[in-house]
Design a protein around this ligand. Structure first.
Ligand code: GDP
Ligand code: IMO
Ligand code: MG
Length: 446
């Protein structure tokens, strides 16, 4: 009886702590509203100041999140961008696929730059790992597709998620258990060597792979924990958690321009499944979008424009943070961002790279698509139709002056304000942040 009362007290305590914290907690999901590289890293870094914990919940080292602090540039692939703020806890959640040697390299690179990782980084026991056969299969499949290739980052992301779904994946919990890892890896290499042989590729040596991964496992062991319990405990204590999305809405495996997508749920729901924090503990969704549009890799891109691409590349902008490939560039597409607002439930918008448009005399915004006699206000699911869609544009006058010194809404030229108001309204959400340069300071809060 006494024990029952004690339990009751604990649970009632928990219940009341949740009720009383309801109005103070702000667990925020941040997603890309376009095709990735929207400037999520920069916005995460800015918002981390107010967060206790930053969590990556999907994707792998296909992501490249750039943060500029003063003169120092950091590019993060697996470690949450929050690591750059002293004392913030960072979690790589269960929904991420981790390439262990690549993660070790990233951690060591951060340490060389004076970033404190130990004590601040936590890795989920149940996150799946990327193995060399995933990378090789990614390469082989792309090569076989020829001109129909996806243009992947060749980081093995698709094959790693395929193994997860096929229930043949290896997880961090396996990697850090020496005996179990050797046994599972031997079996997986044997099977995957058969597949590699069928592709005409070289077979992998178990001994070599094992040695590299064992070493990485030994270095990562101290970070590996039950992050689901840890995060839910943090939720209970009213900590503010920021969920750092990777990629963008139209690279989502379900909602993107399939098959030219990545292999995870990049949309807001992925933050729940990829962390174990339930939907009713989330409070806000922020969508990050560029003031124009970019895309790396193949696939339909209705507003693609050589003119804007040449202009941005000549400025040394829009080269991929992971692969260095020049990004395809185009005008702002509000059909895409409106759909992103719908799918993710975006409450607030952060617009980045406004300064990229500073020199233009006229700026186009796509407000719908035309396909033959049909008008589309949403992105058609048929990829062949989307490829043939012609954008319907509205034109805005450019402001033709630098915006990177603006620190408040009033500092912005009137034409830039009109443009921002228009793209937020067309997207159907509230503008809350404008970024006018890559640095932390180059940010306007509305
Ligand atoms: P992410 O993958 O969404 O984090 O974006 P990336 O880091 O791959 O690409 C965004 C690029 O834009 C990076 O080079 C950032 O440093 C840069 N960036 C972000 N916001 C701004 C901005 O407002 N102005 C300028 N000039 N660059 C920005
Ligand atoms: P961040 O987080 C932009 C693209 C690739 C390719 C497709 C599939 O920096 O925004 P994958 O290697 O995932 O199988 O490639 O997805 N892609 C990205 N594009 N930003 C990213 O991440 C991306 N991650 C993957 O270019 O078209
Ligand atoms: Mg990127």
């Amino acid at each position: 009886m006494r024990r029952l009362r004690a339990w009751k007290q604990i649970w009632l305590g928990r219940f009341f702590s949740c009720v009383s914290l309801k109005f103070t907690m702000a667990n925020t999901i941040l997603v890309g509203a376009q095709w990735g590289d929207e400037g999520k890293g920069k916005i995460i870094d800015v918002l981390t100041e107010r967060a206790d914990i930053v969590v990556r919940t999907q994707g792998g080292n296909n992501a490249g999140h750039t943060v500029l602090i003063g003169k120092q540039k950091y590019v993060l692939h697996l470690v949450p961008s929050g690591i750059l703020r002293r004392g913030k806890k960072c979690v790589i959640g269960n929904g991420v696929v981790i390439d262990p040697p690549a993660l070790v390299e990233e951690i060591e690179g951060l340490k060389r730059l004076g970033v404190r990782v130990d004590g601040n980084l936590f890795i989920s026991e149940t996150a799946h790992i990327v193995l060399p056969y995933h990378r090789l299969l990614d390469e082989q499949r792309e090569a076989r597709k020829g001109k129909n290739k996806i243009g992947t980052t060749k980081r093995g992301i698709g094959p790693a998620y395929a193994d997860k779904a096929a229930r043949t994946g290896l997880r961090m919990i396996d990697l850090v258990d020496a005996g179990r890892f050797a046994e599972l890896l031997r079996d997986r290499i044997r099977e995957n060597n058969e597949v590699l042989k069928a592709f005409g590729a070289k077979a992998l040596s178990f001994a070599k792979v094992h040695a590299i991964y064992r070493e990485a496992g030994d270095k990562l062991r101290r970070f590996v924990t039950n992050t689901v319990v840890m995060l839910n405990e943090a939720v209970r204590r009213g900590k503010d958690i920021l969920f750092e999305g990777a990629q963008g809405t139209f690279l989502d495996i379900d909602h993107g321009t399939y098959p030219f997508v990545t292999s995870s749920n990049t949309t807001a729901g992925g933050a729940c499944t990829g962390s174990g924090v339930p939907p009713n503990r989330m409070h806000k969704v922020i969508g990050v979008m560029k003031a124009y549009t970019t895309r790396v890799g193949e696939g339909p891109f209705p507003t693609e424009s050589v003119e804007i691409g040449d202009m941005l590349h000549a400025l040394g902008r829009e080269f991929g943070a992971t692969t260095g490939r020049p990004r395809r560039c185009g005008w702002f597409d509000s059909v895409v961002t409106r759909q992103a607002v719908m799918i993710n439930g975006i409450d607030e918008l952060a617009v980045t790279n406004l300064d990229g448009l500073d020199t233009l005399e006229r700026i186009k915004v796509c407000v719908g698509y035309r396909h033959g006699s049909k008008l589309y206000a949403h992105v058609p699911n048929d990829g062949r139709v989307l490829k043939e869609c012609q954008p319907v544009y509205e034109e805005f006058q450019g402001w033709q002056c630098p915006t990177n010194k603006a620190r408040s809404w009033q500092d912005l030229p009137v034409r830039a304000r009109r443009y921002l108001e228009a793209i937020a309204e067309l997207s159907g959400s509230r503008l809350s942040i404008v970024s006018v340069g890559p640095d932390r300071e180059e940010t306007i809060f509305l």
